[in-house]
Design a protein around this ligand. Structure first.
Ligand code: SF4
Length: 266
């Protein structure tokens, strides 16, 4: 996000407000995978960093089997954000989802879409009204800024259509590599990466598929071991698996479908 975009919308803010907005924007970007730091409770392999001891061939074998089983257990996995099949709504919902739940986002977006159904409408939105609509999900100042500025860029630079390349998507305010991966995959069926959020990061380390310290390096590792045909599903299925079974604090290894192969099984 450039300073120019921040200031263009918040002319009525004091310098202190702007500083707070920038600070909050930085916090929100932590949620976009490629800037987040390892939390002491999440993502850490509970035992040994198995990736160092697994050969690439073994990692590929594990990844292949994991992808097959994910398909079996989560055949209907879908994006938890409601977006009516509209890439613009998805992009905005993804922006709103930083530091909150998808459920929470789904509660505020119906009114947002009713008032501002497309990029042009949101680009010209009433800032205070947008803040009020999205207030329940938190960080509403900076999120309102981000979504209005994002809509403005999409409207002015991309003719109202969400762009379909990593580079262009990441030129939009608040969108980093993880969000771009989600949008490309969900909205356009383009799999050029694997969105590494906190669940995928944790699972990748527990399975010994990566020992990288950050999400970008973890994604690079995963792209080397998963066959491309599985890239698109890894995030949406892995998130369900991470929420239901391979939970951060207490993984349910006793009922896990991958326990027979997992190097971190407890
Ligand atoms: S056995 Fe399953 S739940 Fe337990 S750590 Fe491994 S993948 Fe996670």
């Amino acid at each position: 996000m450039t300073g120019g975009y921040v200031y263009s919308v918040c002319e009525h803010y004091t310098i202190y407000d702007v500083a707070e907005l920038i600070k909050n924007a930085a916090k929100l970007r932590l949620n976009d995978g490629y800037n987040f730091k390892r939390n002491k409770n999440e993502g850490k392999p509970e035992r040994k960093p198995m990736a160092k001891r697994l050969s690439k061939a073994k990692q590929k074998e594990l990844a292949h089997e994991f992808a097959i089983r994910l398909n079996k257990y989560f055949p209907q996995a879908r994006c938890a954000l409601d977006y009516d099949g509209d890439p613009f709504k998805l992009a905005i919902a993804v922006l709103l989802s930083a530091q909150t739940t998808d459920k929470g986002v789904n509660k505020v977006t119906p009114l947002l879409w009713e008032r501002y159904p497309d990029a042009h409408a949101l680009a010209n939105a009433d800032f205070a009204e947008v803040e009020q609509i999205i207030k329940p999900i938190g960080f509403y100042h900076v999120k309102a800024l981000n979504i209005i500025n994002c809509a403005r860029l999409i409207d002015e630079k991309f003719g109202g259509k969400v762009p379909q390349t990593h580079e262009e998507l990441q030129s939009l305010p608040g969108i980093g590599r993880k969000s771009a991966n989600v949008i490309l995959n969900e909205a356009f069926g383009i799999s050029e990466g694997i969105a590494v959020d906190t669940h995928i990061f944790r699972i990748a380390h527990r399975l010994g598929l990566s020992d990288a310290n950050d999400a970008l390096a973890t994604e690079k590792d995963l792209l080397k071991v998963f066959e491309k045909e599985y890239w698109g599903n890894i995030n949406r299925q892995g998130v369900l698996f991470g929420r239901e079974t391979c939970i951060a604090r207490s993984p349910k290894c006793g009922t896990c479908f991958f326990a027979d192969l997992c190097p971190s099984k407890r």
